[in-house]
Design a binder for this molecule. Sequence first.
Ligand SMILES: Cc1cc2nc3c(=O)[nH]c(=O)nc-3n(C[C@H](O)[C@H](O)[C@H](O)COP(=O)(O)OP(=O)(O)OC[C@H]3O[C@@H](n4cnc5c(N)ncnc54)[C@H](O)[C@@H]3O)c2cc1C
Length: 383
Amino acid sequence: MFQGLNFPPLDLPPECEEIRQEIRAFLAEEKARGNAGNIEAMARYTPEYSQRLGQAGFIGLTWPKQYGGHERTALERYVVTEEMLSAGAPTGCHWIADRQSGPLLLKYGTEEQRQKILPGIAAGELYFCIGMSEPNSGSDLAGAQTRATKTDGGWLLNGTKLWTSGAHVCHYMVALVRTSPLDPENRHAGFSQMLIDLSSDGIEINPVINLSGEHHFNEEVFTDCFVPDDCVIGEIGDGWNQVMSELGYERSGPERFLSTFQLFAELVEAVGDNPTDHEAQVIGRLSSQLITLRQMSLSVAGMLGEAKVPVAESAIVKDLGTNYCKLVPEFSRTIIDTMPSQKSADLYAAKMASAILTVPSLTIQGGTREILRGMIARSLGMR
Ligand SMILES: Cc1cc2nc3c(=O)[nH]c(=O)nc-3n(C[C@H](O)[C@H](O)[C@H](O)COP(=O)(O)OP(=O)(O)OC[C@H]3O[C@@H](n4cnc5c(N)ncnc54)[C@H](O)[C@@H]3O)c2cc1C
Protein backbone atom coordinates (compact mmCIF):
# COMPACT_ATOMS: atom_id res chain seq x y z
CA MET A 1 0.00 0.00 0.00
CA PHE A 2 1.32 3.49 -0.87
CA GLN A 3 2.43 5.07 2.42
CA GLY A 4 3.20 8.69 1.42
CA LEU A 5 6.04 11.00 2.36
CA ASN A 6 6.21 13.29 5.34
CA PHE A 7 8.37 16.43 5.55
CA PRO A 8 6.93 18.46 8.47
CA PRO A 9 8.16 22.09 8.31
CA LEU A 10 10.68 23.07 10.94
CA ASP A 11 11.77 26.52 12.12
CA LEU A 12 15.09 26.76 13.90
CA PRO A 13 14.75 27.87 17.54
CA PRO A 14 16.52 31.09 18.73
CA GLU A 15 19.48 29.28 20.35
CA CYS A 16 20.46 28.14 16.86
CA GLU A 17 21.07 31.73 15.80
CA GLU A 18 23.37 32.24 18.78
CA ILE A 19 25.54 29.27 17.90
CA ARG A 20 25.48 30.32 14.23
CA GLN A 21 27.15 33.61 15.20
CA GLU A 22 29.71 31.74 17.34
CA ILE A 23 30.71 29.30 14.61
CA ARG A 24 30.80 32.10 12.00
CA ALA A 25 33.28 34.01 14.16
CA PHE A 26 35.40 30.85 14.50
CA LEU A 27 35.26 30.20 10.75
CA ALA A 28 36.24 33.78 9.92
CA GLU A 29 39.49 33.25 11.85
CA GLU A 30 40.06 29.93 10.09
CA LYS A 31 39.46 31.59 6.71
CA ALA A 32 42.26 34.01 7.52
CA ARG A 33 44.47 30.93 8.07
CA GLY A 34 43.47 29.57 4.64
CA ASN A 35 41.12 26.92 6.04
CA ALA A 36 38.14 27.70 3.78
CA GLY A 37 36.87 27.48 0.24
CA ASN A 38 37.11 23.71 -0.28
CA ILE A 39 34.85 21.73 -2.58
CA GLU A 40 33.69 18.61 -0.67
CA ALA A 41 35.08 19.88 2.61
CA MET A 42 34.54 16.49 4.33
CA ALA A 43 37.35 15.07 2.23
CA ARG A 44 39.94 17.66 3.35
CA TYR A 45 42.13 16.60 6.25
CA THR A 46 43.66 19.33 8.44
CA PRO A 47 44.38 18.08 11.99
CA GLU A 48 45.18 21.55 13.37
CA TYR A 49 41.79 22.82 12.21
CA SER A 50 39.96 19.89 13.85
CA GLN A 51 41.91 20.37 17.09
CA ARG A 52 41.06 24.09 17.24
CA LEU A 53 37.41 23.25 16.47
CA GLY A 54 37.41 20.74 19.34
CA GLN A 55 39.05 23.22 21.73
CA ALA A 56 36.39 25.78 20.80
CA GLY A 57 33.68 23.26 21.79
CA PHE A 58 32.16 22.49 18.38
CA ILE A 59 32.74 18.70 18.26
CA GLY A 60 30.58 16.22 20.18
CA LEU A 61 28.05 19.03 20.52
CA THR A 62 25.12 16.84 21.55
CA TRP A 63 27.04 14.37 23.75
CA PRO A 64 26.94 14.29 27.56
CA LYS A 65 29.48 16.56 29.26
CA GLN A 66 30.95 13.62 31.17
CA TYR A 67 32.40 12.37 27.86
CA GLY A 68 33.72 15.75 26.71
CA GLY A 69 30.46 16.70 24.97
CA HIS A 70 28.50 19.93 25.25
CA GLU A 71 24.87 18.84 25.69
CA ARG A 72 23.59 21.12 22.91
CA THR A 73 20.67 20.15 20.66
CA ALA A 74 20.78 18.21 17.38
CA LEU A 75 19.54 21.36 15.60
CA GLU A 76 22.40 23.42 17.02
CA ARG A 77 24.76 20.77 15.67
CA TYR A 78 22.96 21.02 12.31
CA VAL A 79 23.65 24.76 12.18
CA VAL A 80 27.34 24.29 13.02
CA THR A 81 27.63 21.65 10.30
CA GLU A 82 25.94 23.71 7.60
CA GLU A 83 28.09 26.73 8.43
CA MET A 84 31.32 24.69 8.28
CA LEU A 85 30.42 23.02 5.01
CA SER A 86 29.18 26.15 3.29
CA ALA A 87 32.42 27.88 4.33
CA GLY A 88 34.32 24.95 2.80
CA ALA A 89 36.32 24.40 6.02
CA PRO A 90 38.45 21.21 6.03
CA THR A 91 36.32 18.98 8.23
CA GLY A 92 37.71 15.57 7.12
CA CYS A 93 39.73 14.57 10.21
CA HIS A 94 36.94 14.69 12.79
CA TRP A 95 33.98 14.24 10.41
CA ILE A 96 33.19 10.52 10.74
CA ALA A 97 34.04 10.37 14.46
CA ASP A 98 31.74 13.30 15.25
CA ARG A 99 28.90 12.28 12.94
CA GLN A 100 28.64 8.56 13.54
CA SER A 101 31.41 6.71 15.43
CA GLY A 102 30.94 8.74 18.63
CA PRO A 103 27.13 8.40 18.55
CA LEU A 104 27.56 4.66 17.83
CA LEU A 105 29.77 4.26 20.92
CA LEU A 106 27.30 6.28 23.00
CA LYS A 107 24.55 3.91 21.90
CA TYR A 108 26.30 0.53 21.91
CA GLY A 109 29.77 1.02 23.47
CA THR A 110 30.85 -0.05 26.94
CA GLU A 111 31.39 2.55 29.65
CA GLU A 112 35.13 1.92 29.35
CA GLN A 113 35.07 2.49 25.57
CA ARG A 114 33.11 5.72 25.99
CA GLN A 115 35.48 7.10 28.61
CA LYS A 116 38.56 6.09 26.65
CA ILE A 117 37.47 7.37 23.23
CA LEU A 118 34.81 10.08 23.34
CA PRO A 119 36.80 12.87 25.06
CA GLY A 120 39.55 12.48 22.44
CA ILE A 121 37.02 12.78 19.62
CA ALA A 122 35.43 15.86 21.21
CA ALA A 123 38.90 17.41 21.55
CA GLY A 124 39.38 16.98 17.78
CA GLU A 125 42.30 14.62 18.35
CA LEU A 126 40.95 11.11 17.64
CA TYR A 127 39.81 10.34 14.11
CA PHE A 128 37.67 7.46 12.85
CA CYS A 129 36.95 5.72 9.57
CA ILE A 130 34.17 3.37 8.43
CA GLY A 131 35.14 -0.21 7.61
CA MET A 132 32.08 -1.50 5.78
CA SER A 133 32.81 -1.91 2.04
CA GLU A 134 35.03 -4.69 0.67
CA PRO A 135 36.35 -5.57 -2.81
CA ASN A 136 33.30 -7.73 -3.55
CA SER A 137 30.66 -6.10 -1.40
CA GLY A 138 29.61 -2.48 -1.49
CA SER A 139 25.89 -2.22 -2.17
CA ASP A 140 25.56 -5.83 -1.07
CA LEU A 141 27.06 -5.19 2.36
CA ALA A 142 25.73 -8.50 3.67
CA GLY A 143 28.27 -10.16 1.35
CA ALA A 144 31.17 -8.79 3.47
CA GLN A 145 33.71 -11.52 4.16
CA THR A 146 36.29 -10.04 6.55
CA ARG A 147 36.36 -12.59 9.30
CA ALA A 148 37.11 -12.43 13.03
CA THR A 149 38.02 -15.77 14.62
CA LYS A 150 37.98 -16.23 18.39
CA THR A 151 41.33 -16.60 20.10
CA ASP A 152 42.60 -16.18 23.69
CA GLY A 153 41.55 -12.75 24.99
CA GLY A 154 40.22 -11.52 21.66
CA TRP A 155 39.77 -12.06 17.94
CA LEU A 156 42.01 -12.55 14.90
CA LEU A 157 40.97 -10.48 11.92
CA ASN A 158 41.58 -11.54 8.31
CA GLY A 159 40.27 -9.92 5.14
CA THR A 160 40.24 -6.68 3.17
CA LYS A 161 38.25 -3.44 3.49
CA LEU A 162 38.09 -1.02 0.56
CA TRP A 163 37.20 2.61 -0.26
CA THR A 164 37.81 3.60 3.35
CA SER A 165 37.76 7.39 3.52
CA GLY A 166 40.59 8.84 5.59
CA ALA A 167 42.03 5.55 6.95
CA HIS A 168 45.52 6.96 6.33
CA VAL A 169 44.95 9.80 8.84
CA CYS A 170 42.63 8.01 11.29
CA HIS A 171 43.41 6.38 14.62
CA TYR A 172 40.49 3.94 14.66
CA MET A 173 38.18 2.08 12.32
CA VAL A 174 34.75 0.74 13.22
CA ALA A 175 34.74 -2.48 11.20
CA LEU A 176 31.87 -4.73 10.27
CA VAL A 177 33.18 -8.31 10.40
CA ARG A 178 31.84 -11.84 10.23
CA THR A 179 32.07 -13.62 13.57
CA SER A 180 30.06 -16.62 12.31
CA PRO A 181 30.07 -18.26 8.88
CA LEU A 182 27.58 -17.07 6.26
CA ASP A 183 24.11 -18.52 6.69
CA PRO A 184 22.52 -18.45 3.20
CA GLU A 185 19.07 -18.49 4.85
CA ASN A 186 19.87 -15.36 6.88
CA ARG A 187 22.70 -13.35 5.30
CA HIS A 188 22.39 -10.57 7.92
CA ALA A 189 23.16 -12.90 10.82
CA GLY A 190 26.67 -13.50 12.19
CA PHE A 191 28.06 -9.95 11.87
CA SER A 192 29.71 -7.96 14.67
CA GLN A 193 31.27 -4.50 14.94
CA MET A 194 34.78 -4.00 16.26
CA LEU A 195 36.87 -1.03 17.25
CA ILE A 196 40.19 -1.43 15.42
CA ASP A 197 43.25 0.51 16.53
CA LEU A 198 44.82 1.24 13.13
CA SER A 199 48.33 1.22 14.61
CA SER A 200 47.98 -2.51 15.49
CA ASP A 201 50.21 -5.16 13.94
CA GLY A 202 48.72 -7.08 11.02
CA ILE A 203 47.17 -4.10 9.17
CA GLU A 204 48.45 -2.82 5.83
CA ILE A 205 46.92 0.47 4.67
CA ASN A 206 47.28 1.04 0.92
CA PRO A 207 46.30 4.31 -0.77
CA VAL A 208 43.65 4.36 -3.51
CA ILE A 209 44.05 7.48 -5.64
CA ASN A 210 40.75 9.02 -6.76
CA LEU A 211 39.67 10.74 -9.99
CA SER A 212 41.08 14.09 -8.77
CA GLY A 213 44.50 12.49 -8.28
CA GLU A 214 44.06 12.79 -4.50
CA HIS A 215 44.61 10.32 -1.69
CA HIS A 216 41.18 10.26 -0.04
CA PHE A 217 40.37 6.60 0.36
CA ASN A 218 42.26 3.40 1.05
CA GLU A 219 42.40 -0.36 1.08
CA GLU A 220 43.21 -2.11 4.38
CA VAL A 221 44.47 -5.67 4.43
CA PHE A 222 44.12 -7.50 7.78
CA THR A 223 46.38 -10.50 8.38
CA ASP A 224 45.90 -12.17 11.78
CA CYS A 225 45.34 -8.73 13.29
CA PHE A 226 44.61 -9.19 17.02
CA VAL A 227 41.56 -7.31 18.36
CA PRO A 228 41.11 -7.55 22.16
CA ASP A 229 37.73 -8.63 23.56
CA ASP A 230 37.16 -5.18 25.05
CA CYS A 231 37.14 -3.73 21.51
CA VAL A 232 33.94 -5.51 20.51
CA ILE A 233 31.21 -2.88 20.07
CA GLY A 234 27.77 -3.94 21.31
CA GLU A 235 26.81 -7.58 21.05
CA ILE A 236 28.57 -10.31 19.10
CA GLY A 237 26.15 -11.24 16.29
CA ASP A 238 24.21 -7.94 16.39
CA GLY A 239 26.49 -6.15 13.92
CA TRP A 240 23.91 -5.85 11.14
CA ASN A 241 21.34 -4.04 13.30
CA GLN A 242 24.03 -1.78 14.71
CA VAL A 243 25.45 -0.90 11.30
CA MET A 244 21.98 -0.09 9.93
CA SER A 245 21.38 2.31 12.83
CA GLU A 246 24.81 3.88 12.08
CA LEU A 247 23.78 4.48 8.45
CA GLY A 248 20.86 6.50 9.79
CA TYR A 249 23.33 9.25 10.76
CA GLU A 250 24.77 9.34 7.25
CA ARG A 251 22.12 10.16 4.71
CA SER A 252 20.25 13.38 5.21
CA GLY A 253 22.70 15.94 6.59
CA PRO A 254 23.73 19.18 4.87
CA GLU A 255 26.82 17.43 3.45
CA ARG A 256 24.47 15.83 0.93
CA PHE A 257 23.68 19.10 -0.86
CA LEU A 258 26.56 21.42 0.07
CA SER A 259 29.48 19.55 -1.52
CA THR A 260 29.68 21.99 -4.45
CA PHE A 261 28.35 25.06 -2.64
CA GLN A 262 31.74 26.78 -2.89
CA LEU A 263 31.49 26.76 -6.69
CA PHE A 264 27.99 28.23 -6.52
CA ALA A 265 29.24 30.97 -4.16
CA GLU A 266 32.08 31.74 -6.58
CA LEU A 267 29.59 31.92 -9.48
CA VAL A 268 27.31 34.36 -7.63
CA GLU A 269 30.35 36.50 -6.77
CA ALA A 270 31.55 36.49 -10.39
CA VAL A 271 28.12 37.41 -11.81
CA GLY A 272 27.80 40.38 -9.47
CA ASP A 273 24.83 42.67 -8.84
CA ASN A 274 23.59 43.11 -12.42
CA PRO A 275 22.91 39.63 -13.83
CA THR A 276 21.54 39.06 -17.33
CA ASP A 277 18.18 37.27 -17.58
CA HIS A 278 19.92 33.95 -18.18
CA GLU A 279 22.28 34.45 -15.23
CA ALA A 280 19.37 35.38 -12.96
CA GLN A 281 17.42 32.31 -14.09
CA VAL A 282 20.30 29.92 -13.43
CA ILE A 283 21.15 31.43 -10.06
CA GLY A 284 17.45 31.56 -9.13
CA ARG A 285 16.97 27.93 -10.07
CA LEU A 286 20.03 26.73 -8.14
CA SER A 287 19.07 28.89 -5.14
CA SER A 288 15.47 27.68 -4.98
CA GLN A 289 16.55 24.03 -5.17
CA LEU A 290 19.14 24.63 -2.47
CA ILE A 291 16.60 26.29 -0.16
CA THR A 292 14.10 23.47 -0.72
CA LEU A 293 16.71 20.76 -0.07
CA ARG A 294 17.78 22.51 3.13
CA GLN A 295 14.18 22.62 4.34
CA MET A 296 13.76 18.92 3.58
CA SER A 297 17.03 18.07 5.32
CA LEU A 298 16.09 20.20 8.35
CA SER A 299 12.74 18.46 8.49
CA VAL A 300 14.48 15.06 8.58
CA ALA A 301 16.86 16.38 11.30
CA GLY A 302 13.79 17.35 13.34
CA MET A 303 12.26 13.88 12.91
CA LEU A 304 15.55 12.16 13.85
CA GLY A 305 15.65 14.39 16.95
CA GLU A 306 12.23 12.99 17.91
CA ALA A 307 13.62 9.43 17.55
CA LYS A 308 11.54 8.81 14.40
CA VAL A 309 12.99 6.72 11.54
CA PRO A 310 12.30 8.62 8.30
CA VAL A 311 13.95 6.09 5.95
CA ALA A 312 12.38 7.24 2.67
CA GLU A 313 12.71 10.95 3.50
CA SER A 314 16.44 10.58 4.37
CA ALA A 315 17.09 8.63 1.19
CA ILE A 316 15.25 11.26 -0.88
CA VAL A 317 17.36 14.06 0.61
CA LYS A 318 20.53 12.16 -0.29
CA ASP A 319 19.35 11.26 -3.79
CA LEU A 320 18.07 14.75 -4.70
CA GLY A 321 20.87 16.51 -2.79
CA THR A 322 23.73 14.69 -4.50
CA ASN A 323 22.03 15.18 -7.86
CA TYR A 324 21.80 18.90 -7.06
CA CYS A 325 25.57 18.95 -6.41
CA LYS A 326 26.03 17.61 -9.94
CA LEU A 327 23.80 20.33 -11.41
CA VAL A 328 25.89 23.14 -9.90
CA PRO A 329 28.92 22.75 -12.23
CA GLU A 330 26.65 21.82 -15.16
CA PHE A 331 24.50 24.97 -14.86
CA SER A 332 27.40 27.22 -13.87
CA ARG A 333 29.16 26.39 -17.13
CA THR A 334 26.25 27.86 -19.08
CA ILE A 335 27.17 31.22 -17.51
CA ILE A 336 30.97 31.16 -17.24
CA ASP A 337 32.58 28.53 -19.42
CA THR A 338 36.17 28.58 -18.33
CA MET A 339 38.88 25.94 -18.82
CA PRO A 340 38.66 23.99 -15.54
CA SER A 341 42.01 23.36 -13.88
CA GLN A 342 42.69 22.42 -10.28
CA LYS A 343 45.98 24.32 -10.50
CA SER A 344 44.43 27.53 -11.89
CA ALA A 345 44.99 30.77 -9.96
CA ASP A 346 41.44 31.71 -11.05
CA LEU A 347 39.32 30.46 -8.11
CA TYR A 348 36.27 29.79 -10.28
CA ALA A 349 38.28 27.63 -12.72
CA ALA A 350 39.95 25.76 -9.84
CA LYS A 351 36.68 25.11 -8.04
CA MET A 352 35.00 24.09 -11.30
CA ALA A 353 37.70 21.48 -11.86
CA SER A 354 37.40 20.14 -8.31
CA ALA A 355 33.61 20.03 -8.59
CA ILE A 356 33.62 18.18 -11.93
CA LEU A 357 36.07 15.59 -10.58
CA THR A 358 34.24 15.16 -7.26
CA VAL A 359 30.57 14.92 -8.21
CA PRO A 360 30.60 11.40 -9.71
CA SER A 361 31.51 9.97 -6.27
CA LEU A 362 28.71 11.75 -4.42
CA THR A 363 25.94 9.51 -5.74
CA ILE A 364 27.99 6.38 -4.88
CA GLN A 365 29.22 6.95 -1.31
CA GLY A 366 26.73 6.33 1.50
CA GLY A 367 24.57 4.15 -0.79
CA THR A 368 24.21 4.43 -4.58
CA ARG A 369 21.20 6.06 -6.25
CA GLU A 370 19.82 2.71 -7.38
CA ILE A 371 20.01 1.30 -3.86
CA LEU A 372 18.44 4.42 -2.34
CA ARG A 373 15.64 4.43 -4.88
CA GLY A 374 14.94 0.78 -4.07
CA MET A 375 14.73 1.74 -0.38
CA ILE A 376 12.42 4.65 -1.15
CA ALA A 377 10.13 2.41 -3.21
CA ARG A 378 10.07 -0.20 -0.44
CA SER A 379 9.32 2.36 2.30
CA LEU A 380 6.48 3.77 0.21
CA GLY A 381 5.00 0.30 -0.14
CA MET A 382 5.59 0.28 -3.91
CA ARG A 383 7.95 -2.70 -3.97
C1 LIG B 1 34.11 8.90 -2.23
C2 LIG B 1 33.74 7.59 -1.61
C3 LIG B 1 33.99 7.37 -0.28
C4 LIG B 1 33.67 6.14 0.30
N1 LIG B 1 33.97 5.96 1.63
C5 LIG B 1 33.71 4.76 2.20
C6 LIG B 1 34.09 4.52 3.55
O1 LIG B 1 34.64 5.39 4.23
N2 LIG B 1 33.83 3.29 4.09
C7 LIG B 1 33.22 2.31 3.37
O2 LIG B 1 32.99 1.25 3.94
N3 LIG B 1 32.86 2.50 2.07
C8 LIG B 1 33.11 3.70 1.48
N4 LIG B 1 32.77 3.90 0.16
C9 LIG B 1 32.24 2.77 -0.62
C10 LIG B 1 30.78 2.91 -1.00
O3 LIG B 1 29.95 2.72 0.11
C11 LIG B 1 30.53 1.89 -2.11
O4 LIG B 1 31.31 2.27 -3.23
C12 LIG B 1 29.07 1.84 -2.50
O5 LIG B 1 28.30 1.27 -1.47
C13 LIG B 1 28.86 1.00 -3.80
O6 LIG B 1 29.48 -0.24 -3.69
P1 LIG B 1 30.44 -0.77 -4.85
O7 LIG B 1 31.47 0.27 -5.13
O8 LIG B 1 30.91 -2.12 -4.44
O9 LIG B 1 29.55 -0.87 -6.16
P2 LIG B 1 28.49 -2.02 -6.50
O10 LIG B 1 27.71 -2.35 -5.29
O11 LIG B 1 29.21 -3.11 -7.20
O12 LIG B 1 27.55 -1.27 -7.51
C14 LIG B 1 27.89 -1.06 -8.88
C15 LIG B 1 26.66 -0.52 -9.59
O13 LIG B 1 25.59 -1.48 -9.55
C16 LIG B 1 24.42 -0.92 -8.98
N5 LIG B 1 23.73 -1.90 -8.14
C17 LIG B 1 24.30 -2.72 -7.22
N6 LIG B 1 23.34 -3.48 -6.64
C18 LIG B 1 22.16 -3.12 -7.19
C19 LIG B 1 20.80 -3.53 -6.99
N7 LIG B 1 20.48 -4.45 -6.09
N8 LIG B 1 19.83 -2.92 -7.73
C20 LIG B 1 20.15 -1.96 -8.64
N9 LIG B 1 21.43 -1.54 -8.88
C21 LIG B 1 22.41 -2.10 -8.16
C22 LIG B 1 24.93 0.22 -8.11
O14 LIG B 1 23.92 1.20 -7.91
C23 LIG B 1 26.10 0.77 -8.93
O15 LIG B 1 25.64 1.63 -9.92
C24 LIG B 1 33.07 5.12 -0.46
C25 LIG B 1 32.79 5.35 -1.81
C26 LIG B 1 33.13 6.55 -2.40
C27 LIG B 1 32.84 6.78 -3.85
